[in-house]
Design a protein. Sequence first.
Length: 229
Amino acid sequence: MSSIAAQFVRQGKKIVAIGRNYSEHIKELNNTRPKEPFFFLKPTTSYLPSGGNLEVPSGVVAHHEVELGLVIGKGGRGISQDAAESHIAGYALAVDMTARNMQDEVKKKGLPWSAVKGFDTFTPIGKFIPKSSISDPHDLKLSLKINGTLKQDGTTADMIFRIPRLIEHISSIMTLEEGDLVLTGTPSGVGAVTPGDRVECALADPSGKVLDELIFTAISRNGGYQFKP
């Protein structure tokens, strides 16, 4: 296995995050269902390894979005759906943290989401899971608990656009490189994480076997940007 893919948190160049890829999540935020995949970018400086502290900036309402990530093992552009799987090295459990109140403001103004998604620590990330460990990435369970209470409980079977389509679409626009992480969207149940909260996420196969767990604690960020609506 490529050392770059296995060490994607330290060596990957970008995070490509798919939006609105689960119908129930689209409904809960009153968004429009996309006709084709759409995505935004997150900086790799937003990675937060399991066991770390999520820093919530002053004035920000931070929402959790638990997701399956896929790690690119072989780069390319214009990748067909038939060839997509050969470009995947493995998978990872992740959380796409979102400054929801900031997002609401910038969406009204038609402005980009970079700050909303890009704060340091806003991509809690689990371990690299080799592709051989997962027989079907479209049949996995995603869950997230806050202080022991289940908040998100979904299955990757509910993706609107499946993984080969996502890779085809992204690579038709920009080259995917070894070590890149693609976040595939979140099921419903998103909500706020506040300082003091303990967040526990899990990725499991259909039998209930846990493939990875991701745990972090929310704290208030000292200094830095302060959101003032």
